[in-house]
Design a protein around this ligand. Sequence first.
Ligand SMILES: Nc1ncnc2c1ncn2[C@@H]1O[C@H](COP(=O)(O)OP(=O)(O)OP(=O)(O)O)[C@@H](O)[C@H]1O
Length: 588
Amino acid sequence: MLYYLRNIKSTVQQTADAIAAALKIEVEIADADLVRVAGTGKYKSQCGCPMDDGFVYRHVLKTGEPVIIDNPGFNELCHPCPCKGNCMEYAEVAIPIRSEDQIIGVIGLVSFDEEQTKRLMDNKQSLLLFLEKMADLLVGKASEIQQNHDRDILTSQLVTVLNLLHDGILLVNDQQQITHYNTLAAKLLDIDEQEEQALYHLLENKKLWQAVERGETFSGNIQGKRVATQLYCDVVPIKKDGVIEGAVITLRDIQQIKKLVKAATVNEIETHFSQIVGNSRKMKELKAMALHVAPSKATLLIQGESGTGKELLARAIHQSSKRKGHAFIAINCGAIPENLLESELFGYEEGSFTGAKRGGKIGKFELAHNGTLFLDEIGDMPLHLQVKILRVLQERRVERIGSSRSIPVDVRVIAATHRDLDNMVKTGEFREDLYYRLNVIPLTIPPLRERLEDVPILTQFYLDYYSVVTDRSVSGITPEAIEILSHYTWPGNVRELGNVIEYCVTMVAGGMITADTMPKRIRTENKAEIKDLSLNLKALERETIMRALTLVNIDGHKEDAAKLLGISRASLYRKIKEYEIEENKTFT
Ligand SMILES: Nc1ncnc2c1ncn2[C@@H]1O[C@H](COP(=O)(O)OP(=O)(O)OP(=O)(O)O)[C@@H](O)[C@H]1O
C-alpha cells in the first residue's frame, strides 16, 4: 500500500523539529514527488513547495540508498545543479523513508557552517541509524492514518448499504451491546442515539438473548420493548476462530410482511359473487346460500367436480366476509408432494430438518392470519396431516415444525374437493372427525351438465372475455353452435367450456363461430348424443304404447288406448306398424 507523507503533515513537521532540536542542525523532509512536506530554519517557509533542484534527494528516491555529501559543488550529484559553485550548504546527509518496497520520501540534514558540519561528519553512522528510526516512525504513523482513513471509508460504505436495506439491522457484540444499527432498525425499535444500547433494553425475548449469548441462530416473532410493533427477527451469530464475537439481528415488521402477502394475494384477484356466472335455479340457490354464510366464521366445505368454480366461490365468500381486507391464501393439497405439504401448511423453524432454509419458514396458516385459507383438494390430504389440521381448527393455534411454541392464528378455513368425502370416511381414507368439522356448512356446486341452461350465458361471458384477452373480436355464434354446446356433457365443466370458447375465438378470428369451427370432440360427442337421445325417445314411445294396449286389454279397444295416449286412432295404428308391435301379444 502506498502511504502519503502529506496526509500526516503535522507529524512530519513535528519529527523535523525534534530532529533539528536534538542535532542542532537544519532538517527538511520531502515526499516521493519531491515536494517539501516539512522543514526547519530557512526551509520552514518553503513547505509545500516543489524542490526543482533537489538532485541529491531525487537520487535517494531513485536508488533507495542514503547519500552523504561533505563537499557540495564537487560531488558528482551536484554537476547538473544550476547553483553549483554558489551553494550555501556546507554538508548534507539524506536518507530514504522506506515503506516495505516503496520509497515514500527523504529526510535531509543540512549544515550551514563549520560547527554543524563537524557534528554531522563526526557522528555519521549513529546519525544514519537515528534517522532510519525516525523514518520508520513516520512510515508507522502514515500507515496508521491511511488504515484509519480506509476503515472510515469502508464504514461509511457499509452504513450506506445497511441503510438501503429493507430490513432493520442490529449488530451486537458479545456483551449484548448494540454496536451498530441502520435507520430502519432505529425506527422499528425507537432507538435513541444518545443512549448506550443494550439488547435487552430494546427486545423482549429470553430465547433471542440466549441465542446471541451462545452464538446460536434464532428466528421468531418478537415484541419490541418500546414499540407496539410485532417483529420477525433472525439472529445469525458472528464467530472468529470459534470464538463468539457477537451477532447480526435482522428485523422485519410483521404487519409489513402481511401487507406484502396481501398485496400478492388479495388485490390481484378480488372476486365477487357477480363474477360467478349462472342463472340456473341450482346456481341461484347456491349463490344465495353462499352469500348468506359468507359473513359467518364457519368453516365451509365446497364440493364439486373439477372446473366447476370451487376456488372462484371460495374467493367470492372471502371477499364478502369481514376478512376481505386480509389475505386469501390458497393451497392445493393434491399438487404438493406429501413431504413438503406439512411445512407449507405449518412452517418450520430453522434447522428443524435437513434442507430447512436459514431463518425457517412461515406456514400458510400463519400467512392467512385474520384472513381465509383455501384448502383445495382436501381429499388428497394424508391422514397424519388431517390430524394436525383438525388440531389447528380446534385450538386456533399453530406450531411450526421443530418448535414447541404455539402461535395463535385466526383463520377461516374453506376446504374444497371433487372427491366423495362421505364415502372416503366410510372406507377410512378420511378422518370422520375432520369431515364433520369441515362440513359444518356444505356447499355443492352442480356440474355444468346438470345446469345446461347456464351454457349460453357462460358462452357469452367467455366470448366477451377472450375477445378482449386475445384481441380478436368475433362477429357472433350461430344458434346451431350454441345448440351443440348445450348438448355436450362437459366433463371438464366451466373450465372446459372456457377453453373451447378460447379455441373458437382464436380459430375464427373476426368471423362467426359455427358448428364447423368447434373442436371435433364436441361435435362428434354431440351427434352421437343426439342419435342416442332420439333412439331412447323411440324406445320409450314404443314401451308406452305397449303399456297402454295392455291396460285396455288389446282386442277391440284400440280407441281407448289412443285416448289414454292422447293421440288419434290413426296415429296409434301408424305407430303400431312403425314399431312393429305384435297386436295379439298380451302385455303385462
Ligand atoms: N360460474 C362461473 N362463472 C365464471 N367463471 C367460472 C365459473 N365457474 C368456474 N369458472 C372459471 O373456471 C375456471 C375454473 O374454476 P376454479 O379453478 O374455481 O374451479 P375448481 O372447481 O376450483 O377447479 P379444480 O377443482 O380443478 O381446482 C376458472 O377460470 C374460473 O374463473
